[in-house]
Design a protein around this ligand. Structure first.
Ligand code: MOS
Length: 682
């Protein structure tokens, strides 16, 4: 058991989060959101707001300083009169107190020329287009063989359309920034983010500064789930407000404003066709994905990519279509792409299992593949089948009666379901410094981010192992752009990426020390760029199997999940304690996705209607019963010195499908639109 090295600081409140930094002379910003779904800003009444006692500055498109680079329109705060979606930041008030800023922002009068917004994603929307590529640089469309011909001549054909709603990342800590400008013109930000280096370089570009003149400090971050993986408008707004007011500025995005300004998971519509022989061997897979983006920036969630990797089928087609609506720009939310994509694909696999009468686990084992179908590459390691088998045994799958809708105890119908899970093993280059101190301890520095995952601890363990030192003797300093540049805590790539740089730096340091404690301290630095090259000969993914048991109340339609089990093959697990928490955290989010999370777009006015945790439901303790995570021994020899993959996201992937499949097994009702609310079951 290795708990978080910073756990005492966290539970005693000593760990400081961005907004809590005491900065002398700090004042407060509050933002004003667009009150129309589309249009132009005609006029902003700065004078009335300025006249309020305590108000220091008002910023809007009327007076905001021009940014050096306004090409990222999501971050180009107050640079245009165009309102692209309801809830967009259109103005900010800076005041001596938070209360004054909030009240002045509430009263600020903005006049608009209003137009009718178009906010509804549908698979026949005339504005749908084929993007140049999907997120992550993946081709939008792929095709091999003859998917249509193979499908029409298949003995068993399964065709269905699934949908997932918009969902919002709801981190505990809001998106906050404290910004101040030094006398020498450099910018300092205490900012809640998933990567200080990315915020540093982005803000430098926006404000036309040398990156060395921007310092981003974020040692503790209270969650992000992807929504802090790219810099958000709060950082820009705070920096701009601090410059305009000539004072340090604190700005926190209230949860109510977060739903329009800090990203969310796009809703999806997905058409899946599976053609198979009578024994369930796939001959054709077609996965067509329809998603939305905004008019501000193109974001194409790569939901069809798992179908390119998971199962063997000679004839395979995948595609993404996107429409730019008058909505906030979607962004990353835990396992973007895989999460909605695998819900559809793994629901369809369950439907195929029912149609062929093949056990759902056996069906997946039959369709396993030794090479990645799309690329033809061998996998660096692939243990999907081992996870399915191990999970089946632990879960008690062999006792399962496949008939749907037949197990009833009192008012409850009972069922179990399974789904595969997969997530790419991403890695990015980065740098690290390791230092041997004169007192025999070590310090490792890297601009990594610990967003609650235990990354700091994992890096300490990796360093200690490489240095052959005790964990207690290693200090890990992260969350500061002044440290060697590192990639973001995203794409489940953190520990693999940063760990590689840390191992290289620690090895270089050991080479210098010759086993001695240096009298004055010695340091070594490393860049992991070259170490990443050999990986390209392999398809690189983690795999797993998700199991769920559900009870469905026949009178109320309420679904409960008394038991979940996830078995993962995700490379070497560095720290079992925090890894387990990553896995079960992801699975818990899967419960939310399956049963409750749904951001409801106001079809008339735009913006999401449910804007707090009272109306946007995430699982509470009572919803999360026995959630177990296990993993099989897998040390991947091809990826990095640790043998690890990534674990931050795979826990959510497939979880909603396992629950939906269990609901079908319990009730005989196939719900193809998430979340599975009582109304959809009764
Ligand atoms: Mo994660 S959604 O890649 O931060």
């Amino acid at each position: 058991m290795t708990g978080r090295v910073e756990s005492r600081e966290k539970v005693t409140g000593a760990a400081r989060y961005a907004y809590e930094y005491p900065v002398e002379g700090a004042v407060y910003a509050a933002a004003v959101q667009a009150a129309v779904g589309k249009g132009e800003i005609r006029w902003v009444d700065h004078e009335s707001a300025r006249a309020m006692p305590g108000v220091l500055e008002v910023l809007s498109c009327e007076n905001a300083p021009r940014l050096a680079d306004a090409s990222n329109r999501e971050l180009a705060v107050f640079q245009s009169r165009t309102v692209a979606f309801r809830g967009q930041f259109v103005a900010a008030v800076v005041a001596e107190t938070l209360e004054t800023a909030v009240e002045a922002a509430r009263r600020l009068h903005v006049e608009y020329a209003e137009e009718e917004p178009d906010v509804r994603l549908r698979e026949n929307h005339p504005g749908l287009y084929r993007p140049d590529e999907a997120n992550g640089g993946f081709p939008s469309d792929t095709s091999q063989g003859d998917p249509d011909g193979a499908f029409s001549s298949s003995v068993v054909r399964m065709e269905a359309t699934y949908s997932t709603p918009a969902e919002h990342n709801n981190a505990m800590e809001p998106h906050t920034t404290v910004a101040y400008w030094d006398k020498d013109g450099s910018l300092v930000l205490y900012d809640s983010n998933q990567g200080a280096s990315a915020v540093q370089s982005t803000l430098a570009g926006l404000f036309g500064l040398d990156p060395e003149r921007v310092r981003v400090i974020s040692p503790h971050v209270g969650g992000g789930f992807g929504s802090k993986g790219t810099p958000r408008p709060n950082a820009v707004l705070a920096a701009m407000a601090a410059r305009a007011a000539g004072r340090p500025v604190k700005f926190a995005v209230p949860r109510q404003q977060m739903f329009a300004t800090t990203g969310y998971r796009t809703p999806t519509v997905q058409r899946v066709r599976l053609g198979a022989d009578a024994e369930g061997r796939l001959d054709a897979i077609a996965h067509e994905v329809f998603v939305q983006t905004s008019t501000v920036r193109e974001f194409v969630e790569q939901a069809a990519t798992p179908a390119r990797t998971l199962y063997r089928a000679e004839n395979l087609r995948t595609s993404h279509r996107v429409v730019a609506l008058d909505v906030p720009t979607p962004s990353w939310m835990r396992a973007p792409g895989e999460t909605p994509g695998m819900y559809a694909l793994e629901s369809a696999m369950d439907e195929l299992a029912v149609a062929t009468g093949v056990d759902p686990i056996e069906l997946r084992i039959r369709n396993d593949t030794a090479v990645e179908p799309e690329s033809g590459l061998p996998f660096s390691s692939r243990n999907l089948v081992a996870c399915l088998r191990e999970g089946a045994e632990r879960f008690g799958w062999d006792r399962r009666d496949p008939a749907p809708g037949v197990r009833r105890v009192g008012r409850k119908l009972l069922g179990t379901g399974v789904a595969a899970t997969t997530y790419p093993a991403y890695q990015s280059p980065g740098k690290a410094i390791a230092r041997a101190e004169a007192d025999g301890t070590f310090t490792v520095r890297i601009a990594a981010a610990d967003i609650g995952t235990g990354a700091r601890t994992a890096l300490g363990m990796i360093a200690a192992e490489t240095l052959k030192a005790d964990l207690d003797a290693v200090r890990v300093e992260i969350g500061d752009s002044a440290h060697p540049a590192a990639s973001v805590a995203g794409g489940s790539s953190g520990t693999a990426s940063w760990g590689t740089a840390v191992v290289l730096a620690c090895e270089a340091l050991r080479g210098r020390l010759n086993g001695e404690v240096p009298p004055e301290g010695v340091e070594a630095s490393a860049d992991s760029r070259d170490a990443l090259k050999a990986r390209d000969d392999y398809a690189r993914h983690a795999f797993g199997a998700q199991f769920a048991e559900v009870e469905v109340d026949v009178d109320t339609g309420e679904v409960r999940v008394p038991r979940m089990l996830g078995v993962f093959a995700a490379g070497r697990i560095i720290n079992p304690t925090t890894a387990r928490s990553q896995f079960i955290g992801g699975m818990t989010m899967g419960i939310g996705m399956a049963l409750m999370e749904e951001s409801v777009m106001d079809q008339e006015f735009g913006d999401y209607l449910n804007r707090d945790l009272a109306q946007y439901h995430v699982p509470s303790c009572a919803d999360v019963r026995n959630v177990e995570a296990a993993w099989i021994e897998e040390i991947d020899p091809h990826l990095n010195p640790m043998g690890s993959k990534g674990i931050g996201e795979i826990g959510i992937v497939g979880a909603a499908a396992a629950i939906a499949n269990a609901v079908h097994h319990a009730t005989g009702v196939r719900v193809r639109d998430l979340p599975i609310t009582p109304a959809r079951l009764l």
